[in-house]
Design a protein around this ligand. Structure first.
Ligand code: MTE
Ligand code: MO
Length: 425
């Protein structure tokens, strides 16, 4: 809100203009931003010109929370378990995309996908074993790994099971697409560790195994491993959370989240992929005629409007900023278009800096709602020229058997009361 009144004359006039159209002007405009402040003004005691209660005594002591917590007023900003799991150990929780700003997902809200629960691993007893087609098989401690030169990169990660083909019962942006999060990951480039062991020329694949009860196992092509894959131990500056793979995870930028093996304990170099459960009976795209794609590693360009989105309400016509997130596993987002007429016409949204490779990109689009029912959509393009498809375009190529890798355009329907609904639900 403060931002709307910063000392930029032009912006100030324009924004005041926007706000006047929608909100009641109280006491010169500053308090007029939303109906909420107007309603609260009637209660009075803590509002101008009174001194609020919390200024009348000292606040809590420094160090009350050695590890800080969000305000208690933010208690509803939490991860969401959408489909109550039959077994606790095979489950996912979703990032509340519609409640967050910017591009970084706070660690406590990073989405989770576990196939065998969250192991509690003592880092002093954790080891990474590298074996198979290497000159020198080696076992590393966490301290060994942290002595290598490190890298930090901000990247998105998305589960290929994100955005179910059946949108029934999915209300919010998080419900629809919350198996995606973005963090700054720090670790050692996998290439550095592999060079320490000496990769034999016959090695074409690396098989990573996790130290969870699922022993999650995936094969990664060696070229990718020698390119940008990381062995990550930190997430947004602190050690990776247990849910994200403490103390060590593989991070495979741009590939389906399933390949970023958490709690990684071994890396085997091989000539062939291992064809584990997660790359045969699961995480493969079924086509028509009994066929399936062997692998679908790269996460394609995608976007979602997070405001206004399902479950939210526009409090009257006038100015609203449409905003959302776009990303691609193939590089940078170069364009996001928004439609405010159900897809008949499209206009470019503004991309907010920084626009990073394989990273959430925030887009913004100023809009004046005339109060009539409308469907709004967004569509992303990445630096390879790939344009986010419609669901019809995906079905035309793959048929209706796929369950993974849906990256279709998401429509939100706004009714005459300003209530926003998932147009596909
Ligand atoms: N060891 C192990 N690694 C794993 C998984 C798992 O269950 N066990 N789940 C995978 C899946 S399906 C995804 S989408 C990502 C989720 O990572 P996150 O929980 O940190 O978001 O981790 C992958 N790595
Ligand atoms: Mo996943």
């Amino acid at each position: 809100m403060d931002d709307a009144f910063r000392n930029d004359e032009k912006a100030e006039t324009t924004r005041r203009g926007f706000l006047k159209t929608g909100a009641t002007v109280v006491g010169g405009g500053v308090a007029a931003i939303s109906g909420v402040s107007a309603a609260a003004a009637q209660e009075g005691a803590n509002l101008p010109p009174n001194v609020p209660e919390w200024m009348t005594h000292p606040g809590a002591d420094t160090g009350t929370h050695p590890y800080g917590l969000p305000s208690p007023f933010e208690k509803d900003v939490v991860r969401k378990i959408l489909d109550e799991p039959k077994q606790y150990s095979s489950a996912s929780s979703r990032t509340p995309l519609e409640k967050l700003n910017g591009i970084i997902t706070p660690n406590g809200l990073h989405y989770e996908r576990h196939h065998g629960g969250i192991p509690e691993i003592d880092p002093a007893q954790h080891r990474l074993m590298v074996y198979g087609l290497v000159e020198k098989p080696l076992v590393f401690t966490m301290d060994d790994l942290r002595r290598f030169p490190s890298v930090s990169r901000i990247h998105v990660m998305e589960c290929s099971g994100n955005q179910s083909f059946s949108s029934k019962g999915r209300t919010t942006a998080g419900d629809v697409m919350g198996l995606v999060s973005c963090a700054e990951w720090t670790g050692v480039p996998l290439r550095t560790v592999l060079e320490e062991c000496g990769v034999k020329p016959e090695a074409k694949w690396l098989v990573a195994e996790g130290a969870d009860a699922a022993a999650m196992t995936r094969s990664i092509p060696i070229e990718k491993c020698l390119d940008d894959v990381m062995l990550a131990y930190s997430q947004n500056g602190e050690r990776i959370r247990p849910e994200q793979g403490y103390p060590l995870r593989v991070f495979v930028p741009g590939y389906e989240g399933n390949m970023s093996i958490k709690w990684v304990r071994s890396l085997q170099l091989r000539e062939e992929p291992i064809y584990s459960r997660e790359e045969t009976s699961k995480y493969t795209d079924l086509l028509t005629g009994g066929k399936a794609r062997e692998f679908s590693f790269v996460m394609e360009a995608k976007s979602i409007i997070t405001f206004p989105s399902g479950g939210q309400k526009l409090d009257g016509k006038g100015f609203w900023e449409i905003t959302g997130l776009a990303w691609s596993g193939s590089g940078k987002i170069t364009r996001v278009e928004v439609s405010v007429d159900g897809g008949a016409t499209w206009q470019d949204a503004e991309l907010q800096d920084p626009v990073l490779s394989i990273c959430l990109t925030r887009f913004r689009f100023p809009w004046k709602w005339d109060g009539a029912p409308v469907t709004i959509l967004s569509r992303a393009t990445d630096e390879t020229g790939y344009v986010q498809p419609t669901i019809e375009e995906i079905v035309a190529v793959r048929g209706k058997n796929s369950t993974y890798h849906n990256h279709a355009i998401q429509p939100w329907a706004i009714n005459e009361n300003g209530e926003v609904q998932n147009a596909l639900a």
